[in-house]
Design a protein around this ligand. Structure first.
Ligand SMILES: [Fe+2]
Length: 186
């Protein structure tokens, strides 16, 4: 289950309904998906895509996505630092950023127009859709490991357009992790 934090308001949101509502206000879709049959974190990509084929098809129909693949990122990934450096500064895409997390964790920061920046920590079972044009940046958590399904309308549109605002430098890319229980919840 995703955790949303809003540093400016010292707020942490953990209940599924509140997370969904808060993200929806910023135009971000959030869902929880269950596989149609059990899979392992390291199951082959085809098996992973098959296990979620009904959800993937629904999303494709809704969003015009034409392709789905599985991306693996871990400390052994060649060129990991360069890859991460492309996405850890504020940017937007001409393409929706759609990710379903199979394994591992990641941290999206979203910068909605006229609202404070929010951090969304995603984990296995979380689907997030960041619409095209939304300002955001992404970091891995300290274990630097994530496996996710990606959906594309047009993979060519997924290059980052940087704002150069530098706002990302003001937010610690720190994940709370599953064992962290903040004092303030809603
Ligand atoms: Fe992005």
């Amino acid at each position: 289950m995703a955790t949303v934090t809003i540093p400016e308001e010292a707020k942490t949101i953990r209940s599924p309904e509140s997370v969904r509502e808060h993200l929806a206000r910023a135009g971000i879709d959030y869902e929880r998906w269950d596989p149609s049959h059990p899979i392992q974190p390291d199951s082959p990509a085809e098996e992973v895509l098959a296990a979620y084929s009904a959800e993937i098809q629904k999303l494709k129909d809704r969003g015009g996505y034409v392709t789905a693949d599985v991306i693996d990122v871990n400390p052994r990934t060649p060129g990991l630092e360069a890859m991460l450096a492309k996405f850890n500064r504020e940017h937007w895409h001409d393409e929706d950023e759609v990710r379903f997390i199979i394994h591992g964790r990641g941290l999206f920061h979203i910068h909605p127009a006229g609202a404070p920046v929010m951090a969304i920590e995603v984990e296995a079972g979380d689907l997030i859709r960041v619409p095209r044009g939304t300002l955001h940046w992404f970091n891995l958590c300290s274990d630097r490991e994530i496996r996710a399904i990606r959906l594309f309308q047009d993979p060519a549109g997924w290059a980052p357009n940087y704002t150069g605002s530098g706002i990302d430098a003001g937010y610690e890319p720190v994940c709370l992790g599953p064992a962290y229980y903040p004092e303030q919840q809603m």
